[in-house]
Design a binder for this molecule. Structure first.
Ligand code: JFZ
Length: 431
């Protein structure tokens, strides 16, 4: 049974996420001290590095090439509409001038509030801004021993803690969220990460936290990880969500086969986050996804009513890796011609075609053709329903032919010649 409170949570979620579901495409930025060892943001945990042995990275951190205006231009040119930066990741290092810790960027050689500069630069490009804040904290002395079920080796000496003092960590964590949402102007997204095992929901005093968040920034949208891990779970899926169940689901490194629905089958706002290479934090090694893959994944998300958040991991100097910039630029070339098939688009009411995917906005259907065709391209069930078809990239007409005589095709329409692969689009007016 949906209570009155849950009704209003769902109604507000729908209202608040409108812009988010229009925008569809964003940039994730994982940046912190771990850019120095350059083996991913989990390096402290994976290699069981003690607080003391991690300290040299704090002493050394000096990102003198940090130019968030350039980051913002790269995001904008890629066609991204919003960006989310790690204000604090699991290692506890703060990229902002917190009054509650000395473990922050303003106390490094950088002497800069990296979060503030990020926010200013991205807002200036007209992008919406979000902050990632890690619930897990391997640096704070009152965060309990890190023994999560996903990475069981974390119950080691380097992470031994007294869980009795967890309350003081919560005061710290709530206090930092208050700072971020008080001192930095309008924030559009709060991206918490992540819950596991018993460490979920009210363990974070999540209702109290959310009441504060909503009172400081009523419009802000929040991911679902106060209530869930990176995987499915958490009551955003139920008809009785909590205040802390979040505004959107956050599948990670996967795109759900059928998109994301609540338990009753109603579509939920969701955002898949993916890396460009294998790690979130800077790692010069690892296989890079191509622009072609990123474009197709973006199309796939939109074709299932979802968003895509593509990660970059700037290096220790503050530079976005050249390879990442190249992929972003190529994605941007595609977006410059084809963005109409992404922004504000939704799942089309048609079966997934063999040759690619559909997205739709109003009476415009976008056919994303992923395959080089060997002959006419079958538009299943669309015979007589297409007013005209155009290539989105250059506006040229595509001829629609009558169905073949064979009986099984009588409901179908066809593009009569082979349409160029991948970068081509048809734009039929569906009636
Ligand atoms: C989390 C972080 O640990 C990671 O460093 C990165 O920030 C990513 C976006 O989010 O990754 C997770 C979180 C949860 C699970 C797996 C990876 N999980 O529950 O399986």
């Amino acid at each position: 049974m949906t209570t009155k409170a849950a009704h209003s949570i769902i109604a507000q979620r729908t209202e608040r996420t409108k812009w988010f579901q229009e925008d569809r495409f964003g940039m994730f930025i994982h940046w912190g001290l771990y850019a120095i060892p350059a083996r991913g943001e989990w390096v402290r945990s994976m290699e069981q590095i003690s607080v003391e042995d991690y300290q040299p990275y704090f002493e050394e951190f000096n990102p003198d090439q940090y130019d968030p205006k350039q980051w913002a231009r790269a995001a904008k040119q890629a066609g991204m509409k919003y960006a989310v930066l790690t204000a604090k990741h699991h290692d506890g290092f703060c990229l902002f001038d917190s009054g509650l810790t000395a473990y922050k960027s303003t106390n490094t050689q950088a002497k800069r509030d990296l979060v503030r500069e990020f926010l200013d630069a991205f807002r200036a490009e007209g992008l919406k801004v979000g902050l990632y804040y890690s619930l897990i904290d391997w640096h704070h002395p009152d965060y309990p021993a890190y023994g999560d079920p996903i990475h069981p080796m974390r119950n080691n000496e380097a992470f031994k803690r007294d869980p009795e003092t967890f309350g003081s960590y919560l005061t710290y964590m709530h206090g930092q969220v208050r700072e971020l949402l008080t001192n930095y102007g309008r924030i559009d997204i709060m991206w918490f990460d992540f819950s596991y095992g018993e460490m979920v929901g009210e363990k974070w005093q999540a209702t109290k936290l959310m009441e504060m968040i909503r009172s400081l920034q009523p419009h802000i949208i929040v991911d679902n990880r106060l209530d869930a891990s990176g995987e499915q779970g958490g009551s955003i899926y139920s008809d009785n969500p909590q205040l802390y169940s979040g505004d959107f689901a956050s599948p990670e490194q996967i795109i759900p086969p059928e998109g994301v629905q609540d338990e009753a089958g109603n579509p939920l706002p969701w955002e898949a986050c993916i890396t460009l290479n294998n790690d979130w934090g800077y790692n010069p090694n690892g296989h890079y996804k191509s622009a072609k893959v990123i474009v197709r994944k973006l199309v796939e998300c939109v074709s299932k009513n979802g968003n895509l958040l593509v990660n970059i991991g700037p290096d220790a100097k503050g530079a976005i890796p050249q390879k990442s910039l190249r992929v972003l630029a190529e994605v941007g070339q595609w977006m410059s011609k084809n963005r109409a098939s992404i922004y504000g688009c939704v799942k089309a009411g048609l079966d997934k075609p063999e040759w690619g995917r559909y997205t739709q906005r109003g009476n415009k259907l976008y056919a994303h053709i992923f395959e080089e065709s060997i002959g006419p391209i079958n538009l299943r069930g669309l015979n007589g329903k297409i007013k005209r078809a155009r290539l989105l990239a250059d506006g040229s007409e595509l001829h629609i032919s009558k169905p073949w005589s064979a009986k099984q095709y009588t409901d179908d329409a066809f593009f009569n010649f082979s349409v160029p692969e991948h970068f081509s689009f048809a734009l039929p007016d569906e009636t």
